[in-house]
Ligand binder design. Structure first.
Ligand SMILES: [Zn+2]
Length: 148
């Protein structure tokens, strides 16, 4: 599937297309290519090329962190496919990284039918370096001032 440039898809719009909140089902439906790589190749959790629909993810992540990282990168692919440079998943707190985190939090919550607050608490308790918050008060439309 080819996503139109600059489209800011929501989790619910993605569900309408794919029929799933599960990362692996979504990846299959959208034709995203996922490659697992070792820490020696990639020392971030994951990286994606939003325009090409490519995700590279570390092969040493626990199941929960793997799912969150995939969902984060899916968020970039469906929201930020107008950005031409690869996006690293790191402690970068730019607007687009926060948008991808919010997208992933919502996707994990809906996939497991648990509240978003519970997802945030679990991830922050288990993986403190993520430093997530769930304040959906930020502007989600203007990424022109991003600081990639
Ligand atoms: Zn990211």
């Amino acid at each position: 599937m080819k996503l139109s440039g600059g489209k800011r898809m929501t989790v619910e719009e993605l569900y309408a297309i794919t029929g799933s909140y599960n990362a692996h089902n979504i990846i299959e439906k959208l034709g995203i290519i996922v490659t697992e790589v070792s820490f020696s190749v990639l020392n971030e959790l994951a990286i994606c090329d939003p325009q090409q629909g490519l995700i590279f993810i570390r092969n040493d992540l626990s199941n929960n962190l793997h799912e969150f990282a995939l969902d984060h990168e899916i968020g970039h692919i469906v929201m930020h496919n107008d950005i031409q440079s690869p996006l690293y998943m790191s402690g970068n707190k730019s607007k687009i990284e926060k948008q991808a985190n919010d997208f992933a939090i919502e996707l994990v919550a809906k996939n497991h039918k648990i509240p978003e607050e519970q997802v945030v608490k679990y991830l922050n308790d288990t993986f403190p370096f993520l430093k997530l918050n769930n304040k959906k008060t930020r502007c989600v439309n203007n990424v022109s001032e991003n600081v990639i």
